[in-house]
Design a protein around this ligand. Structure first.
Ligand SMILES: Nc1nc2c(ncn2[C@@H]2O[C@H](COP(=O)(O)OP(=O)(O)OP(=O)(O)O)[C@@H](O)[C@H]2O)c(=O)[nH]1
Ligand SMILES: [Mg+2]
Length: 450
């Protein structure tokens, strides 16, 4: 049984238990422990996770969730947190790819190239695999497809030399990606070679490319590569197959590296930055958990006081949901009217067309999560990157930012007003209700940003 199935079984245990008492939680936690330990996750991590779940299982429940739902939710959240790790680097300078035969390094080099090119980087790949027949041509073709530059020396048998020449030739690039020969990692000659490449290339990013289907072999391989060059990132490939990558998690555990990307097919576009939440729901086959998590999110919003809702955390996520909601009923104007405020939503916001809203979504999707939550980060270079990444004009991104600022101002006014008078006059619950309407709960349910 794979890791995903085993975790799923643990959660099913809670969902299927007659009564959800301490015993039932203990049983489920045991199941999770077994699943993780048989995937070679280290015992301290497993222990911490178990403790967290047991502690939180019987805390106060938010909103209308049942105890059962609450426990499923906190279990899921704890697992996401365990996998979370670091955010995918947005501006690496040199990446050395290593890994087993056929794990997906050469295609991965092209995929990475495309990913970073879309984000405005100038990228070149280096043919560091001098063994595999036609590795040169394969990478060259990949590079062409991805629209990135390629460097290799045909017939050269010394990989370190290729890299050395590449560094001399490739000037003015934001990112250089070096492919390397597939190896079993236990072969001394090949380990020596990757060390040599590493010595010349001096990449700050050394990523292990590992198939989701590697299973028990993962630990040994990861360790060997880690000892040779020091792995600090992982790309999981073949996530489109039936295996769900338990082994790859072990690799992270073994090297202390985070998963940065997953590959889901043979095409250059079948590639995405790793998102712990999505990964977990994928390996656990959890279409049905979505609804539950949504319910929990709503419960959180319901629990918020108007002040919390209006507190300084206005960001692009909320902004987008607001726009969607506003399009339907224009609640901001209505509320403003009721409160006797002079603020008005600009007409262009109220009458925004589907197409424009869709465009805004694409732009917001191209932001990093940090930028979405902290709009202050949007410097000129970031705006340019986002425009490039989303295939939109810089003016469109600027317009989005401008509208965002307008709406933020309105939020501030509401906030001030809520603090001064409304609380006394209207009572907290009425206002909370209105704010919920503003949050556009229905729209949120149907539509969620990546
Ligand atoms: N289905 C699927 N196939 C993949 C994925 N990633 C790579 N492949 C395929 O796996 C095969 C091997 O990929 P390569 O990129 O050549 O692997 P490599 O690590 O460079 O292999 P060596 O150079 O021999 O070590 C190719 O046919 C790829 O198209 C993936 O995520 N899903
Ligand atoms: Mg290769």
């Amino acid at each position: 049984m794979g890791l995903g199935d085993a975790l799923r079984k643990a959660i099913d245990k809670i969902q299927g238990a007659g009564t959800v008492d301490k015993e039932a939680v203990k049983e489920a936690v045991k199941e999770i422990q077994r699943a993780l330990i048989s995937s070679n996750v280290d015992t301290q991590t497993v222990f911490d996770l178990s403790k967290k779940i047991e502690e939180k299982a019987f805390e106060e429940i938010k909103g209308e969730m049942t105890r059962r739902e609450h426990i499923v939710k906190i279990t899921y959240d704890s697992l996401v947190e365990m996998l979370g790790g670091k955010e995918t680097p947005q501006a690496p300078k040199k990446i050395l790819l290593c890994g087993l035969f056929g794990s997906g390094k050469t295609t991965g080099a092209g995929k990475l190239g495309l990913y970073y090119t879309k984000r405005g980087k100038k990228v070149a790949v280096i043919a560091g695999d001098v063994y595999r027949p036609a590795a040169y041509e394969q990478l060259e073709t990949n590079a062409k497809q991805a629209g990135i530059d390629f460097f290799g020396i045909k017939g050269e048998k010394n990989a370190a030399k290729v890299v050395k020449e590449a560094l001399k030739k490739l000037k003015g690039y934001d990112l250089l990606i070096c492919d390397s020969a597939g190896r079993s990692a236990l072969d001394n000659a090949l380990v020596k070679e990757i060390k040599e490449i590493d010595g010349v290339f001096e990449a700050e990013e050394k990523w292990l490319v590992i198939g989701a289907d590697i299973g028990n072999l993962a630990k040994k391989q990861a360790q060997a590569f880690h000892n040779a060059v020091g792995i600090n990132g992982v790309i999981i490939t073949r996530m489109d197959g039936s295996s769900k990558g338990g082994g790859a998690l072990v690799a992270c555990n073994e090297t202390g590296a985070s998963v940065y990307f997953i590959s889901t097919g043979e095409k250059l576009n079948d590639f995405e930055a790793f998102d712990a939440n999505r990964y977990l729901s994928r390996i656990m086959g959890y279409g049905d958990l979505e609804g539950l998590l949504e319910k929990a999110r709503e419960a959180e919003i319901e629990q918020m006081s108007p002040e919390q809702m209006l507190s300084g955390n206005f960001n692009f996520r909320i902004f987008y949901e607001q726009l969607k909601a506003t399009k339907k009923i224009g609640p901001l104007n209505k509320i403003a009217e009721m409160l006797g405020l002079s603020v008005k939503m600009p007409k262009e916001m109220l009458e925004m067309g589907e197409e424009k809203l869709e465009g805004f979504k694409v732009i917001i999707d191209s932001m990093t999560e940090k930028e979405r939550l902290d709009p202050e980060l949007l410097s000129r270079t970031r705006v340019e990157r986002i425009a490039k990444g989303s295939g939109k004009k810089i003016e469109e991104v600027r317009e989005l930012v401008k509208q965002f600022k307008t709406m933020k101002k309105m939020f501030k006014k509401f906030k001030g007003f809520a603090n001064e008078r409304t609380m006394k006059k209207m009572g907290e619950r009425d206002l909370a209700k209105m704010m919920q309407q503003m949050q556009g709960k229905k729209a949120m349910k149907k539509f969620r940003l990546k």
